[in-house]
Design a protein. Sequence first.
Length: 435
Amino acid sequence: MERYFQPEIECADRETIKAWQDERLVKQVKYVYENNAYYRNLMDEKGVKPEDIKSTEDLHKLPFLTKADLRDAYPYGLLSRPLKDCVRIQSTSGTTGKRVVAFYTQHDIDLWDECCARAIVAAGGSDEDVVQVCYGYGLFTGGPGLNGGSHKVGSLTLPMSSGNTERQIQFMRDLGSTILCCTPSYAAFIGETLHDMGYTTDDIKLKAGIFGAEPWTEEMRRDIEKSLGIKAYDIYGLTELSGPGVSFECSAQTGMHINEDHFIAEIIDPETGEVLPEGEKGELVFTSITKEAFPLLRYRTRDICVLTREKCPCGRTHVKMSKPMGRSDDMLIIRGVNVFPSQIETVLLNEGYTPNYQILVDRINNTDTLDINVELTQEQFVKYGEDVYLYEKELASAIKTMLGIRPRVHLLAPKSITRSEGKAVRVVDKRKLHD
Ligand code: ADP
Ligand code: ZN
């Protein structure tokens, strides 16, 4: 079990980590240049040769890759290995447009599984654990990633996939699952269903959850921890770089350690592309330095966060990223004000509402409108009764204090908003339909 807490790697000193990164980067750039015509063209256009990259200090000389490039090069354009060396594909969820396909050699799968294994161990997992994986299996990386990690750790793995929530709880109880892996929105739904079925946290053995694949707030974390009686850990990743496990939380629960022996992280200004100093908020950019089939150099994730190298009490030295507050393209501009859905979630949960909500944006008579539907619990529903409009006003004011603009709030009857079993769809922006 201790195999996947690897102190010689995860707690190495900064100079050692940098030396690995320098060496692997130089090798990777040469490899990509020689084996990938798409990226070679980008480098040639920018006038950069592999010899120009001697260490991580030279990283900024390389051109960026964007999701548009991946779509443009679909399906084989960014493959750096003959197809016969590849053993698997996975694909993005297509949350923001056309799906992107990523390729893996067996070596790539092994490294990916290892990253997920580290995440499970960091959440307290070992070969004594029963790991219930309710991320979707299939093209989505969530299920296969945590499944592979759990195998590596030697835990008993329950490959449930998502959905059929009552059966999830049945298995959780019958087989004594101790670690739950799924999206945070699905974890919230599982917690709700557990209580609806008349059980309490005493009826299950869960101790930890590993939740990611979508943005979630600290308030949501507390909510899930309470309803399932667990410690909830964040995990981050994206298909383009392998999948979940690019970074993961440790017991400190203050940001996710990036697996720096496999990925180099940078933060850039999303407008200018300029690299920002440590501690500043910006767009996360990754360079994969160990992958064979689909290595990406300076890939722009569009996820907005902060990096920190502050000493972590867990002993790991790999850089930590803050919870991404959403993608740069998740940000809504409403009446000229920048709004992240996560800000709304924070207010809702702080004001005692459920994480079952929906944000509706539209443009009526040339003015942006913001409507927020929030579901009430049975107790709230009974208590508010005919005074519900007063509570709607109160919540609208609390949201205005956070955002600077006043939404229309609609408090709805229990169970009226569809639950998510994978990535939740929180925002419906109807303005896009009119454009
Ligand atoms: P898609 O981009 O189509 O959703 P993926 O399934 O590969 O495809 O999802 C990767 C994206 O999911 C990341 O770029 C990020 O925006 C989001 N994501 C993954 N993990 C987290 C997390 N822990 N917190 C916030 N966002 C996350
Ligand atoms: Zn730590």
